[in-house]
Design a protein around this ligand. Structure first.
Ligand code: PLP
Length: 445
């Protein structure tokens, strides 16, 4: 395949590099809900970047906050020093989550947030004198980033199979909850599947609770195709974890900050995890930022020993980076002014969700479509695979859509839509119509 020489050096992440460099798709600008490609085409951003730009691109207040911060304090060490913004934003995040006594540990990405949460879980039990609680339970089809902890608890075979010897030991997986024969074309949460949470009891019986530190799940599995939890499933997981002293971690890197129309998925499902990992939308992804919301009692367990000693040997040079924090402060004010989600873009996301649900399900019966599902401002459709060429069909639909001015996500045989909260109902309708034309075109080629 001919590679453009100018594109040679960058080894791109999660990308078919050879194909891309022969047929590049370059984005030059972003404004509002649109990207402009290098060839001048304007494309609707149907995935909020990578699920991370609810306010669209370059929103004025976020841009201004970063600009101002860069000229005031560009970097501040956060080991044994601090800067005021990080404390303010931590407090706003805890309040927005309705958990004002929680503590927030900042990271730079979702992957780091996940690995941080796993370390906190294991260290917490040890600090309380239960050092045998080290086992972590993840779930099939989960995506928890690409750190060693994240791929170990994650459930995507391709992300794991090359790295088996490097993965953390003592991990088990719950079954995933997706069964199209029982929940095909679900609107919102499927009725079937709460019993799958009882598999956790089986794992507890196998290993004994005294060896299990935590369960980590995405409340809604995003990256593997908007897999919506069955009604009652997460509450049941919570119940079993509480019964056995196991920590429950929600990975809200996608669902945090409004994707489901509530501040967190924990609010949407009315289930309270012990920790929440977040990233992406927290600052509209303008500067890398992630973090972990940690229940106060977990934090307190670390706060022993002589006060001049570090309590948790963990952190990143860029934890709470001033530019990322400034972007977060401006973003949070847009998403939930004064902490009130209903008055900000989170409330608007809730209002848009039914438009996405109605329009996306109108694709039922279109060529190639085998399933459609949705929750909040996220939706996915599955397409029939091309025989012997796994993943190619969804890519073909993606290409057709891009040609028609719509960017969305393809993974495996799934296409996902997660528009920015600033999208209008008409833009969502147009995006779905574009997807309809793209499916028809891909089917006839
Ligand atoms: N966890 C979840 C649920 C995610 O969806 C992602 C990324 O999409 C991550 C973790 C990893 O985040 P990052 O790519 O910022 O490391």
């Amino acid at each position: 395949m001919h590679e453009e020489p100018a594109l040679r050096s960058w080894w791109m992440p999660f990308t078919h590099n050879r194909h891309f460099k022969a047929h590049p798709r370059l984005i030059e600008r972003g404004d509002g809900a649109y990207y402009t490609l290098a060839d001048g085409r304007r494309v609707f951003d149907g995935l909020s970047g990578l699920w991370c730009c609810p306010l669209g691109h370059s929103p004025a207040t976020v841009v201004e906050a970063i600009r101002k911060q860069a000229g005031t304090l560009d970097f501040s060490p956060t080991f044994q020093m601090g800067h005021p913004g990080a404390f303010r934003v931590a407090s706003s995040i805890a309040k927005l989550a309705g958990r004002p006594d929680d503590r927030v540990f900042f990271t730079n990405s979702g992957s780091e947030a996940v690995d941080t949460a796993l370390k906190i879980a294991v260290a917490y039990h040890r600090a309380r004198g239960e050092a045998t609680r080290t086992r972590i339970i993840g779930r099939e089809r989960a995506y928890h980033g690409v750190g060693m902890g994240g791929i170990s608890v994650g459930g995507i075979p391709a992300n794991r199979k090359m790295f088996a010897p490097l993965m953390i030991p003592g991990v088990d997986h719950l079954p995933h909850t997706f069964d199209p024969s029982k929940m095909g074309y679900s609107r919102g949460q499927p009725e079937w599947g709460a019993h799958l949470a009882d598999e956790l009891e089986r794992l507890v019986a196998l290993h004994d609770a005294s060896n299990i530190a935590a369960v980590i799940v995405e409340p809604m599995q995003g990256s593997t195709g908007v897999i919506v939890p069955p009604k009652g499933y997460l509450a049941r997981l919570r119940e079993i974890c509480s019964k056995h002293g196991i920590l429950l971690i929600f990975d809200e890197v996608i669902t945090g900050f409004g994707r489901l129309g509530t501040p967190f998925a924990a609010d949407f499902f009315d289930v309270r995890p012990d920790m929440i990992t977040f990233a992406k939308a927290v600052n509209n992804a303008a500067v890398p930022l992630g973090g972990v919301l940690v229940n106060e009692s977990i934090y307190d367990a670390f706060m022993s020993g002589p006060p001049h000693l570090i309590e948790f040997f963990h952190g990143y040079t860029y934890s709470g980076h001033p530019l990322a924090i400034a972007a977060a402060e401006a973003t949070l004010e847009q998403l939930a002014p004064n902490g009130d989600a209903s008055r900000g873009w989170i409330g608007k996301a809730a209002a848009l969700a039914p438009v996405l649900e109605d329009t996306i399900h109108s694709l039922r019966g279109e060529p190639l479509v085998t399933d459609i599902r949705n929750l909040g401002l996220a939706a996915a459709i599955d397409v029939t695979p091309l025989p012997g060429q796994a993943g190619l069909q969804a890519f073909k639909v993606f290409e057709q859509a891009l040609d028609r001015g719509l960017y969305l996500r393809f993974t495996g045989e799934t296409l996902a839509l997660a528009p920015p909260f600033i999208a209008t109902p008409d833009e969502i309708r147009t995006a779905v119509e574009t997807l309809r034309q793209s499916l028809r075109a891909a089917a006839s080629h």
